[in-house]
Design a protein. Structure first.
Length: 319
């Protein structure tokens, strides 16, 4: 059997490894860029980190016990991908600078068929199976802002970051406070002479508290890796955790505040999304958590009117 995989990001690498484990050898990964990495190759903006704890953001067949941070940075994740490809001898299966322009299925009379791929190199390739590992974060959304094309200064998108861009001492405008905006703004602010942030819709966010991985955090994984990964598999979000049975709508204000603060201090998604067992089910319970997050915003923004404009109100927390 001949297998063609489109994309050399995490999914493409995983597909090739699993096919090889199943005994297949005729495997080719087509990557239109000059190197592997998928979304972690394209996204290189300052402050880029993963939102999954680093000890869980890895292939099961290629463990990495020495992540430097609780939330792995983009460059470290890219190094991990390259190391996996090199260690497992996958480089020879990857054709970089080769985009798949078209795929045509040819069905035979007996119901079988093959795929003919047209490549950007001018060549064609015939495969029995085509696996699309193209991801969902490939094409950036460029805002349709009148006059943007005529702006004299550099314009960059976080998903197409220009590594030669100089931000030190510059006047910079950032449009948007989604994940990439929230991550990049603090670092850009440290370098820029002036930073202006344009926000259409306020978003909920919590301080990540990123730092070295503590020994007690590594302990469960080091003690029994298989059990830890099995617990992650059957968890709600791929990270081992014990769901609470405490309902926000039936708790006292003291219990509500205590549970919220404990979750907030972890700087992690799973605890803050699970302060109460009912916060994703019932609006009144979710509103308790949402208001506590808004109180955190008010506590650090001096101007009350600005603080209120930064408080999300049009969507539930965790959605």
């Amino acid at each position: 059997m001949r297998f063609a995989i489109i994309g050399a990001g995490m999914a493409g690498i995983l597909a090739a490894i699993k096919l090889r484990e199943a005994g297949h050898t005729n495997i080719t990964i087509y990557e239109k860029a000059s190197r592997i990495g998928g979304t972690w190759r394209e996204n290189r903006y300052p402050g880029l980190t993963c939102d999954v704890p680093s000890q869980m953001y890895q292939f099961g067949f290629a463990p990495k016990p020495d992540w430097s941070r609780v939330w792995a940075t983009g460059p470290e994740i890219q190094r991990y991908h390259r190391d996996v490809v090199d260690r497992l001898g996958l480089a020879a299966k990857i054709q970089c600078n080769t985009e798949v322009l078209a795929a045509e299925y040819d069905e035979a009379e007996d119901g079988t068929g093959t795929w003919t791929l047209t490549l950007s190199t001018g060549a064609t390739m015939v495969a029995d199976f085509v696996l699309c590992a193209t991801g969902v974060l490939e094409n950036p959304a460029i805002p349709d802002i009148p006059g943007l094309a005529e702006f004299d200064g550099p314009v960059v998108h976080t998903a197409r970051w220009d590594d030669s861009l100089v931000t030190t001492g510059k006047k910079i405008a950032v449009i948007g406070t989604g994940s990439s905006g929230i991550q990049s703004i603090p670092l850009i602010a440290q370098q820029a002479a002036q930073l202006t942030v344009f926000q259409r819709t306020p978003n909920y966010s919590i301080p990540a508290g990123n730092g070295p991985v503590a020994a007690e955090r590594k302990a469960p994984l080091e003690a029994d890796r298989d059990a830890y990964r099995l617990a992650a598999k059957w968890s709600r979000a791929g990270v081992p955790s014990t769901p609470t049975q405490v309902y926000g709508r039936y708790s006292t204000p003291e219990v509500q505040a205590e549970r919220f603060e404990a979750a907030w201090q972890t700087g992690e998604l799973i605890p803050i999304l699970g302060v109460f067992a009912d916060q994703i089910l019932f609006p009144d319970s979710n509103a308790i958590v949402a208001e506590m997050v808004r109180e955190k915003i008010r506590a650090v923004v001096n101007d009350p009117q600005t603080a209120e404009r930064l408080c999300p109100r049009d969507h539930a927390f965790g959605t």
